[in-house]
Design a protein around this ligand. Structure first.
Ligand code: NAD
Ligand code: LMR
Length: 340
């Protein structure tokens, strides 16, 4: 089947040839769930990214309109749209990076774990397509609950015999973006100057900002630490409540997803020193998946950094984070492999 909408031209061939000859890289990126609340602004921002030469937009609804709209932007990437399961394989073939924001968002009163049943199935199907059509792609999982959808993706890839833990990353960048913003507010700094490592996972107490490791170095009172930790952990709920039933964070998430995808692409290009936080297969703790700072390179995650020195408050938060993960396994009677 031909792609339903495209903005073909000589530019894509030129960019692809350029890449093949070792010239400027242009990467092929697919967004799965591209017509959604996150998907649309994410698609727009990726179309603006000079590292992207080809942008594939896949969804089960509305991709013709979104693709037609975005394809009129006068930036370099060629955009193609794909609609419905029968076009999934075509959407994925040859991709270097696949970003997955497909799935349902929560409503007030729900936790991210309440999305598990429906979103796990969606992510599973999409990852089966990735296994078949672009097994070497870097995969960025946004669909919630990230603490569970990433291990599920890993199981699909293992079953297909293509699992490389370096290429599977849960996107926790929004926690870092929020932490930078809220910490900058307290310190009276420009958020662009602030960098807060956020480790653990992406739900409630598993979101663990390391305020003792903020750059530039600074200190907080006990009150500020409590306030900031709680605000960062509940940032998602803050947006869900403000949207009052109309979904969860979409615009700040699209921004965070593009920041993270850009880091992955710079790593693929071979840039040195690309370091971001992500939820990955990890031996930093006893848990099989854990978010920490990672160095991104040509193979995906090329180095996983240890937690670094934690203060007493952070050590007690880490215990709560562990308890959450372990209770989740017990409560759902899940096999250890696909639990969190
Ligand atoms: P949305 O409902 O606006 O959009 C989801 C899109 O996914 C829709 O267009 C829908 O058609 C599509 N979709 C559904 N099933 C699909 C399938 N099988 N294949 C392809 N596409 C499919 O939701 P949203 O606000 O964009 O949120 C999407 C997900 O991202 C939710 O699970 C949400 O909880 C999560 N999220 C994660 C973070 C994070 O920090 N990781 C932040 C915000 C939201
Ligand atoms: C977020 O942190 O905003 C997302 O995980 C969406 C949500 O449900 O909170």
């Amino acid at each position: 089947n031909p792609p339903i909408h495209s903005q073909e031209g000589t530019s894509v061939l030129m960019r692809e040839n350029c890449r093949a000859k070792g010239g400027l890289p242009g990467f092929k990126v697919a967004i799965l769930g591209a017509a959604g609340g996150i998907g649309q602004p994410l698609a727009m921002l990726m179309k603006m990214n000079p590292l992207v030469s080809v942008l594939h937009l896949y969804d089960v609804v509305n991709t013709p309109g979104v693709t037609s709209d975005i394809s009129h932007m006068d930036t370099g990437a060629v955009v193609r749209g794909f609609l419905g399961k029968e076009q999934l394989e075509e959407a994925l073939t040859g991709m270097d990076l696949v970003i997955i924001p497909a799935g349902v968002p929560r409503k007030p009163g729900m936790t991210r774990d309440d999305l598990f049943n429906i979103n796990a199935g969606i992510v599973k199907t999409l990852c089966e397509g990735i296994s078949k059509c672009c097994p070497k792609a870097i995969v960025n999982v946004i669909s919630n609950p990230v603490n569970s959808t990433v291990p599920i993706a890993a199981e699909v890839f293992k079953k297909a015999g293509i699992y490389d833990p370096r290429r599977l990353l849960g996107v926790t960048m929004l926690d870092v973006v929020r932490a930078n913003t809220f910490v900058a507010e307290v310190l009276g700094l420009d958020p662009r100057e602030v960098n807060v490592p956020v480790v653990g996972g992406h739900a409630g107490v598993t979101i663990l900002p390391l305020l003792s490791q903020v750059k530039p170095p600074c200190s907080f009172t006990a009150e500020e630490t409590e306030y900031l930790t709680s605000r960062i952990q509940n940032g998602g709920t803050e947006v869900v409540e403000a949207k009052a039933g109309a979904g969860s964070a979409t615009l700040s998430m699209a921004y965070a997803a593009v920041k993270f995808a850009d880091a992955c692409l710079r790593g693929l290009r071979g840039d040195a020193g690309v370091v971001e936080c992500a939820f990955v297969s990890s031996q930093v703790t006893e848990l099989p998946f854990f978010a920490t700072r990672v160095r991104l390179g040509r193979k995906g995650v090329e180095e996983i950094f240890p937690l670094g020195p934690l203060n007493e408050y952070e050590r007690s938060e880490l215990v709560m984070c562990f308890n959450y993960f372990i209770n989740f396994i017990i409560m759902h009677e899940l096999p250890s492999i696909s639990f969190i």
